[in-house]
Design a protein around this ligand. Structure first.
Ligand SMILES: [Ca+2]
Ligand SMILES: [Ca+2]
Ligand SMILES: [Ca+2]
Length: 421
């Protein structure tokens, strides 16, 4: 093992400037015309789901894309307008949701620096949340990364991946063809192995659940496919936490989607009830996180905003970042009463597809710090419910004025700090 003291060397720096209007335009109307998620009534027996789905598909000339069994019972299909109205009236059907576009929550203007790390470097975010101080390392806690997949051959993720999980994207495996899921994974659980970086919970294990394509884009139907798989395998693989650094437009009825016919919300609630703590990104639109989902689901998820930290230390004495002064909340971060915790999300160094490292910003990068912390919490307090994990992390976290400030006045939330775990 090479252990030169050169630390991180930027070998190749690329500045990617993506059209800044993209996400805003998408949120106006991100429904997919002609594509619907059909949710069956709870009263349909598990053993009857397949036959009911195939009956509805053939009777209404639908083009089936996915079927679901555990998180929701039902299917996604392309269906004509006239047939949708008939399906809604079928006595076996509870409700029908329009399918929608979803994307990763990294900021639109991003910096990707490919770096090589030849000795163990503690990323600033891992140091900022005091994960280096903890005795427990998330041993025995398995985590679903619902994202673009995981690059499983990465040297810094050897021993970190429990199994090959699943892919809900056609003609792909759970290997990461984007990089985003691998970056998230490294922040959660990159190994303390003498090379590269280390994650918040370097003894936890990861399960890749690919729901987004190589462009970081997916649909609620593909995300529900991933949630359905996690719910179905939570007991078998002891999956206790799920990271979702993704989002799209929507709101919460605080009733698991049963009031506003939201299949995604219903699926997450069912998965929650199967013992999985969901940690999700607040979003990067500098807007109220109550207007994007899954961040809005206050009854089912832990929602994470992004802190700008440049030096890995509390106190606000580091250099300013591109998205605000040190130890203030990132200018792109969503905010609001549904947000539960803040965590570092600016210039985060982590693993990348192909075996290298990259620096990214976004609430996508903040979320896996809390996911790793949830694993530490569950290691220290086995059997905790998702609300116990959330409230526990809030109780031990950093209050405003004790290491960070909030000149914006938009972020009363506690900042993650796992020092006492
Ligand atoms: Ca490492
Ligand atoms: Ca700082
Ligand atoms: Ca919340």
């Amino acid at each position: 093992m090479i252990n030169k003291k050169i630390g991180i060397a930027v070998v190749l720096g690329i500045l990617l400037l993506v059209g800044a209007g993209q996400v805003l335009a998408k949120q106006k109307d991100d429904t997919i015309p002609g594509q619907y998620i059909v949710v069956l009534k709870d009263s349909v027996a598990d053993s009857d789901v397949d036959s009911v789905v195939s009956d509805l598909v053939s009777k209404h000339n639908a083009g089936e894309l996915y079927s679901y069994h555990k998180a929701v019972k039902g299917f996604t299909a392309t269906i004509s307008d006239s047939e949708v109205d008939k399906i809604k009236k079928d006595p076996r059907v509870d409700f029908v949701s329009e399918d929608r576009v979803v994307s990763i929550d990294k900021v639109n203007v991003e910096k990707i620096g490919q770096v090589t790390a030849q000795s163990e470097t503690i990323p600033t975010g891992v140091s900022r949340v005091a994960a280096t101080n903890t005795v427990n390392k998330g041993q025995g806690v398995n985590i679903a990364v619902i994202d673009t997949g995981i690059y499983s051959a990465h040297p810094d993720l050897q021993g970190a991946i429990l199994n090959s999980g699943t892919s809900c994207i056609r003609r792909t495996s759970s290997q990461d063809d984007n990089g985003h899921g691998t970056h998230v994974s490294g922040t959660i659980a990159a190994r303390n192995n003498g090379i590269g970086v280390v994650g918040v919970a370097p003894s936890a294990k990861l399960v890749p659940v690919k729901v987004l394509d190589r462009n970081g884009s997916g649909t609620w139907s593909s995300v529900i496919c991933g949630i359905d798989w996690v719910t179905n395998h939570a007991a078998q693989y002891n999956i206790k936490v799920a990271n979702m650094s993704l989002g799209g437009g929507g709101t919460s009825d605080n009733n698991c989607g049963n009031t506003n016919n939201d299949a995604l919300h219903k699926a997450i609630c069912r998965s929650r009830d199967a013992g999985v703590t969901y940690v999700v990104a607040a979003g990067n639109s500098a807007a109220d996180a109550a207007n994007s989902v899954p961040s809005a689901y206050d009854d089912a998820v832990i929602t994470v905003s992004a802190l700008a930290d440049s030096d890995g230390n509390a106190g606000g004495v580091g250099a300013a970042t591109s998205y605000g002064n040190d130890d203030t909340f990132a200018s792109f971060s969503n905010f609001g009463s549904v947000v539960d915790l803040g965590a570092p999300g600016v210039d985060i160094l982590s693993t990348w597809k192909g075996g290298g490292y990259a620096i990214l910003s976004g609430t996508s990068m903040a979320t896996p710090h809390v996911t790793g912390a949830a694993a530490l919490y569950l290691d220290a307090h086995p059997g905790s419910t998702w609300t116990q994990v959330r409230d526990g992390l809030m109780t031990i976290g950093e209050e405003k004025g004790f290491g960070h400030t909030d000149p914006s006045g938009l972020h009363p939330e506690i900042v993650l700090n796992v020092n006492s775990l």
